[in-house]
Design a protein around this ligand. Structure first.
Ligand SMILES: [Zn+2]
Length: 311
């Protein structure tokens, strides 16, 4: 059983021609340090020592990707054992008020964009994580389905009322919105998966793809012969064995193009909806209400909405 498998062609446009950006044995100080720190000492990477970490760039579409990817067996090991499932409490504590506001903002935007009553909006959250985003969408009254590889996370999603479906059953439904947050950088076959998800999208539906942006470290990267000088946070967009596809705007657009998708066109109306979902202050009627509501609800006139604390 092989530990790593070689990709013979670009996972986005299937072209085989490429240039090499970086090649380095897993048995080097920089990568040993990375694995030790990133997985907090849980991982023995000796079995990787015969292989190289290789970052290459597709000559046709420009996508940067890892040439050597984990076998099926190693993938299971990485996502089930290297990354512990019992991290919910720790991850929850990392979410700030701003993060939750941002989830809410995205959902308000999509409700405005789709122009449908919330109860008619069907959402698929592809890669639920600990259901933070999906739970917010439910709170707004949308119907939410989700998928997730980890059994523990699936059980948790079910326990809070999210319908968990198997990958094979996704295309039996049509969704108005498909959310993918930090998913596509992990996929061995991103184009195949995106093609599949498009089959489950309503004709006017939208799909969100949000991935790390490689541009931040690209300039550093092309000057390097080894990754040893990169910090852990530099490494994030090119995380060995995990972020096997490293996108920037144009290569993400190119992936969409391969399966018949285009970015939602920029317009003043779109900008308006984006601003309004963030603030709610742009609707003329709403603006006065937004300014005055906290005052009349909590200060004057004395209302029957009160927050109490101990005397
Ligand atoms: Zn390509």
């Amino acid at each position: 059983m092989k530990t790593l498998i070689e990709r013979k062609s670009c996972p986005s446009c299937y072209s085989a021609s490429h240039t090499q950006l970086l090649q380095q044995s897993f048995d080097t100080q920089g990568l040993r340090f990375y694995f030790k720190e990133h997985y907090e000492g849980r991982v023995n990477i000796k079995k990787l020592f015969d292989f190289n970490y290789e970052l290459i760039q597709c000559a046709a579409c420009g996508l940067i990707y890892q040439k050597m990817i984990p076998s099926e067996q190693l993938l299971t090991e990485i996502y089930d054992e290297w990354i512990p499932e019992s991290e919910q409490g720790r991850l929850n504590s990392l979410f700030t008020l701003k993060d939750y506001s941002y989830f809410a903002e995205q959902i308000i935007f999509l409700i405005q964009y789709l122009k449908l009553p919330q109860s008619k909006i069907k959402i698929l959250d592809f890669g639920l994580g600990w259901s933070e985003w999906a739970n917010m969408a439910r709170a707004f009254g949308c119907s939410v389905w989700g998928t997730e590889l980890s059994t523990l996370r699936c059980e948790y999603a079910k326990s809070i009322g999210i319908s968990v479906i198997d990958y094979e059953d996704i295309t039996q439904q049509k969704f108005n919105f498909i959310n993918t947050e930090q998913v596509f950088e992990h996929l061995i076959e991103p184009r195949k998966v995106l093609e599949y998800l498009v089959n489950a999208l309503e004709p006017n539906g939208i799909i969100k793809i949000s991935v790390p942006d490689i541009r931040k470290i690209y300039r550093k990267l092309i000057k390097l012969t080894e990754i040893d000088s990169l910090t852990l946070s530099d490494m994030m967009p090119i995380a060995p064995l995990e972020h096997v596809n490293c996108f920037e705007y144009k290569t993400l657009v190119a992936l969409g193009d391969q399966v018949g998708l285009k970015p939602v066109p920029f317009s003043l109306s779109l900008l308006y909806k984006l601003y309004n979902s963030a603030s709610g202050w742009l609707e003329p009627k709403e603006m006065a209400r937004q300014v005055l509501r906290p005052l009349y609800r909590h200060l004057y006139p004395k209302s029957t909405f009160l927050y109490f604390s101990r005397k």
